[in-house]
Ligand binder design. Structure first.
Ligand code: C5P
Length: 366
């Protein structure tokens, strides 16, 4: 507690109510080396300053250390959070806002402030966030990361198979499901490489993105990297065929009928699943009919660990939709995921993948 804090609540009250010791002095004669601040700084897993006054924030932003709290902040190496609390005019003052920007540059996380009725009777930004909201924020930031240390390779989006310099064959994939999986995997702690066909959606943050256009390019990009990854998820809608001949010039219209000869593209996921040091392989199956039989057949013929199947061409879900539902199969089981937004679905699918991956690779658990 700072000297100011002690004007509001006495250390004795704080200690009695919390059931924990309260520290107030920079130099603590009761400590062996009288260096209370260093001991506390080493001990803490996380430092939360709540409420953080404009004065404390200003001292922190400028490296001043003239009491226990500011010295503790300077000496700490753990994550630091502040929950500012002050009059709305003090919060909006340029000096305070400069200090906040500076603190964020110094990796201090800011929770709040909230808007509402203030102790001084004014209304506005500056109220300390509710303690329950502060706790929720901290817990969300420090929740266990189930994919920590796992290297995930994912392919997403459509491929484009050129006919001539201006035309190509493609499909309706938006890339949304694959991108949602890449984002969720990153948040779960995985190191993510995303091999992406041409899409019109924002790139996920902190993910290594390799952009490709054709199935052949996607094949090379994936095969080069697959054995260095723990899990490969083939969420791309790869064109099964490409034009046999790529014309140098724009094809001219001549006859009433025209035939384009097609050549089969390589099966990327099947090739990954045949590698000597293959990763854990997860495929997708978009079906318009007989979903379960086709999905199980693909699981077996492509030698996959898991296949996630979804209906396409229905009223809701599938290509370009914000929502989807999945029926997931693995060699000795299956699970249904009900229609929901693609980001929730991605998280649900990833926890199943992580569970099955760990069952198959118990060593990676440690
Ligand atoms: O056989 P089908 O194309 O329906 O299989 C879908 C699964 O196979 C998806 O995981 C897709 O990414 C993958 N696939 C592939 N290479 C292809 C065709 C499909 O990796 N040429």
């Amino acid at each position: 507690m700072t000297t100011s804090a002690q004007q509001f609540v006495t250390p004795l009250t704080f200690q009695a109510l919390s059931g924990h010791p309260v520290h107030t002095a920079l130099f603590d004669a009761a400590q062996e080396q009288a260096m209370g601040h260093i001991h506390l700084a080493r001990w803490a897993d996380l430092l939360l300053i709540a409420p953080a006054s404009a004065n404390t924030l200003a001292k922190m932003a400028n490296g001043l250390a003239d009491d226990l709290l500011s010295t503790l902040y300077l000496a700490s190496e753990c994550p630091v959070y502040v929950a500012p609390a002050m009059n709305q005019a003090m919060w909006h003052k340029a000096a305070t806002q400069d200090n906040m920007r500076r603190l964020q540059q110094h990796n201090v996380s800011v929770i709040g402030p909230a808007i509402g009725q203030q102790a001084c009777g004014e209304q506005g930004f500056g109220r300390m966030s509710e303690p329950a909201d502060i706790c929720q924020h901290l817990l969300a930031d420090h929740k266990p990361k189930p994919m920590q240390g796992i290297k995930l390779l994912i392919s997403a989006g459509p491929t484009r198979e050129p006919l001539d310099p201006v035309r190509y064959i493609t499909n309706r994939s938006s890339g949304k499901m694959g991108y949602a999986i890449a984002t969720a995997a990153k948040q779960a702690g995985a190191l993510v490489t995303l091999v992406s066909g041409p899409v019109n959606i924002p790139e996920p943050a902190e993910v290594n993105i390799v952009k490709v256009e054709t199935a052949d390019q996607m094949y090379s990009a994936v095969m080069q990297r697959a054995e260095q990854h723990d899990i490969y998820i083939g969420a791309a809608a790869v064109a099964d065929y490409r034009p046999a001949v790529l014309q140098d010039h724009k094809i001219k219209k001549q006859h009433d009928h025209s035939v384009i000869e097609l050549t089969k593209n390589p099966d990327i996921i099947g090739s990954v699943a045949s590698l000597p040091s293959k990763p854990f392989v997860v495929g997708f199956a978009a079906e318009t009919n007989d979903l379960e039989n086709y999905a199980i057949l693909k699981l077996q013929t492509k030698n996959l660990d898991i296949i996630a199947a979804n209906w396409v061409g229905q009223t809701e879900g599938g290509f370009d939709s914000e929502r989807n539902a999945l029926q997931v199969f693995w060699p000795d089981g299956n699970k249904q995921f009900a229609m929901t937004d693609k980001s929730t679905l991605a998280q649900q699918l990833l926890s199943l993948i992580t569970e099955k991956f760990h069952e198959k690779n118990p060593a990676k658990n440690s």
